[in-house]
Ligand binder design. Sequence first.
Ligand SMILES: NC(=O)c1ccc[n+]([C@@H]2O[C@H](COP(=O)([O-])OP(=O)(O)OC[C@H]3O[C@@H](n4cnc5c(N)ncnc54)[C@H](OP(=O)(O)O)[C@@H]3O)[C@@H](O)[C@H]2O)c1
Length: 257
Amino acid sequence: MNNTTVGIIGGTRGMGHWFAGLLSKEGCAVHVSGRKTTLQAKEIAKTCDVVVVAVPISATAEVIKLVGPLLTKDKLFMDLTSLKKEPVELMLASSPAEVIGCHPLFGPTLKEISGQNVILCPARGTKWLSWLKKVFKKNKLVILESTPEKHDQMMAIIQVLTHLHTISLGTALAATGIPLAEINKFSTPIFQAKLDIIKKVFTESPELYANIIIRNPDTGKMLNIYEKALTDISQIIKFGGETKFKEVLDITAKKLF
Ligand SMILES: NC(=O)c1ccc[n+]([C@@H]2O[C@H](COP(=O)([O-])OP(=O)(O)OC[C@H]3O[C@@H](n4cnc5c(N)ncnc54)[C@H](OP(=O)(O)O)[C@@H]3O)[C@@H](O)[C@H]2O)c1
């Protein structure tokens, strides 16, 4: 891996910065760009063996279209975007390079990545796929290969549904009108754990969560499932009584576990 030059567009912060650290540790020569760096995305595309797009979701399509035509067949064009269908289609359409969609299923601040999942969507070529898998395996990541479509469908459950729940819980908490300082005096460990997640979603990178929800093709489906679940639960609590409520919890537990 020592001779591989990697350029990460969006490598000054966040996931791109994390990936830059990982590849530097593996002996690659890593170059990064952001909007204000002297080294710009086009230069990276012209000079590096591996070109990685790790910019915010809203800027990904534009960056791929800008740099894709500058890559050659022997290079790897990859991304770290949380959604896979659109970026992979655009990387294939805009360049002749090998293409791999990649989504690490954790954030850039996680200290220990060993055992975490990473999804790969190999779309063109095999040479660089074995290189990338070797890097991830060496760092004990669990690799799953998927199509971009299946990845996005599963992210509708893993990310969209989960973040919808967090956002609705935060919205409902705010709607109580009771200050958090007062609520916290009565806190339990479960409440505290949920509040930590709510704080992360609402304050750390709201743009990322908003894009993950709004841009997933299956979000409408998840909203319907979530709304129906809430309506069903509400009906049972209001009209079904204790026995019926317990029965419904048992049926769902059997379905899930
Ligand atoms: N954060 C996560 O937990 C996570 C997890 C998995 C995957 N991802 C994916 O990783 C990608 C980046 O997300 P992030 O959370 O790491 O974002 P981030 O922390 O905001 O970092 C974005 C990077 O892109 C650069 N950038 C922003 N706009 C740009 C533009 N128009 N052109 C070129 N560079 C630009 C930024 O540098 P400047 O601001 O200096 O320009 C920075 O280096 C997204 O596709 C996201 O879906 C994120």
